[in-house]
Design a protein around this ligand. Sequence first.
Ligand code: NAD
Length: 373
Amino acid sequence: MQIAIPAERLAGEKRVAATPETVKKLIAMGHSVVVEQGAGQFAAAPDAAYAELGASIAANRAEALGQADIVLTVRPLDEAGIAELKTGAVLIGQLAPYQNSSFPALAAKKVSAFALELLPRTTRAQSMDVLSSQNNIAGYKAVLLATHYYPRFMPMLMTAAGTVKPAKVLIMGVGVAGLQAIATAKRLGAVVEATDVRPSTKEQVESLGGKFIEVPMTDEEKAASDGVYAKEMSDDYKRRQAELVSKHARAADIIITTALIPGKKAPTLISADIVAAMKPGSVIIDIAAEAGGNCALTQPGEVVVTDNHVTVVGQFNLPGQLAADASSLYAKNLLTFLSLMLTKEGFTLNLEDDLLAATLVTHDGQVRFPAAN
Ligand code: NAD
């Protein structure tokens, strides 16, 4: 099979969908790989590193995609990219299924497209889970970004010139990103608190040395909120949560928000009133900015400083800021996923496989997402 790796087109996207390490494995399996010129240049993967392994370097995207049976991407292809695909090609990447309007165009080209965000959260899928590998990086980078804007130290310091208090960090949403943010902030010496709608996260927070802030819940709410993914909570729960958060947010120096609900706008957890009550110099890093943000004052993609000197950071794509490691982990996720279909002889698509069936958004001329219930 011919496998193509186009350069990403989205502004600021520095990741690449295959690294020299994964390309080496694909070539060893007997496939040919074509990489668009410069595809890995921001991810510590120069063209020469791919070429040395036997990949061919295409001068432009049309040349890379034109003959490819399989195309690996980080982000959805734009309209021109879809036009450059071969009819019946396979496309694998983070295809943003809840926002993407190009599925009819992919179906019209009989493309079999896989959106990896739709992988079920099962043990078998763990090694392919791009949300985990990338959110882990986002959690880490969020803390480093906070240290950049925070005008104080993170750890406690006792110096001849006086004692510096440790930073108080509040993490909201304890998924993969939140857990890594807790661990990173702890390593830097901060005092860490965290909260989540899923009560089962309490133990995880405590095992990392954080303090769990528990929003009182009815038995009904507990039962409803303890799945793998959070559900949208009732207005009454949101009110109780806001009251509690308001108290802890006032005392926090840094807040990192990561709360997401798949396919929906991110819940607002920090109101303008809460921000107004925060201390000057405090920082909010809103990892959910791309999904609308968890803070009412987040400007998606921007950094704003409020009148009371709180910095609210809504930068997009934190994993892309660690492009080399983000690409390396993402590329391994993709290779593992692709291995479900690649054989020595070529390629088989078994729709009985739950991982393939859940992620396949277009196939055989049809759009399969959202699936009819
Ligand atoms: P996510 O990115 O979807 O959301 C981040 C966190 O925000 C979640 O913990 C969620 O409960 C929380 N949240 C949502 N709404 C909230 C609100 N209103 N207030 C406070 N918190 C709120 O989460 P994720 O990182 O994708 O992880 C979700 C779960 O999936 C975790 O338990 C994780 O361990 C699990 N997981 C399983 C697998 C697997 O088995 N293959 C892979 C990855 C993650």
